[in-house]
Design a protein around this ligand. Sequence first.
Ligand SMILES: [Zn+2]
Length: 217
Amino acid sequence: MSEPFVTRMTAARIPTKYGDFQLTFYTNNIDNKEHLAFCRGDLANAEEVLVRVHSECFTGDVMGSLRCDCGEQLDRSLALVAKEGLGIVVYLRQEGRGIGLLQKLRAYNLQDEGYDTVDANLMLGHGADERDYSLAARILDDLSVKSVRLMTNNPAKITALKAEGVKVVARVPLEIAVNSESAGYLLTKAKRMDHLFLTKPLTPVFSSKAHEPQSAN
Ligand SMILES: [Zn+2]
């Protein structure tokens, strides 16, 4: 396979509730998807830039689904970048940890039957996590950032980006309040995918049955 590369096509100002961002549109040589960077500030040669590498979640990001924490993580990332006045949200079009929306919805049905998010993906013939971060690394290269503080709870993402040559100097946690719909999912991410959660509510919420999310109250 050829080395991944991205091509910056254009950028436009996007005003948001957090102020103006520049949305940069990339094409690439790996897939036919439209990967994006949502940027604030003068990034060229900047050190320790606040960065979120966010994988698309139509249900969470757009529709506000409570099954996952994606939408709130995205919103929190934008707020933190805005507060700092400098930063990037790379938006990768790899829905459902890389399995696509159709398979993600099928996995949701399996989860409603009691399987966790990892087993559901495996039952559908997928890996637990099929995401790839090589294009995110190339986008960060294109934006000429020297080093990043990565907003994530996922150590595997840090490892993957470092392997792609991104200098990750710190992790910024992005912890979202648990609800009764997301509890089982977040527990699985913590237990089976090594995601890091520091907030206290996890233990009591998850103490009984992993497959049957309990009310946070
Ligand atoms: Zn999601």
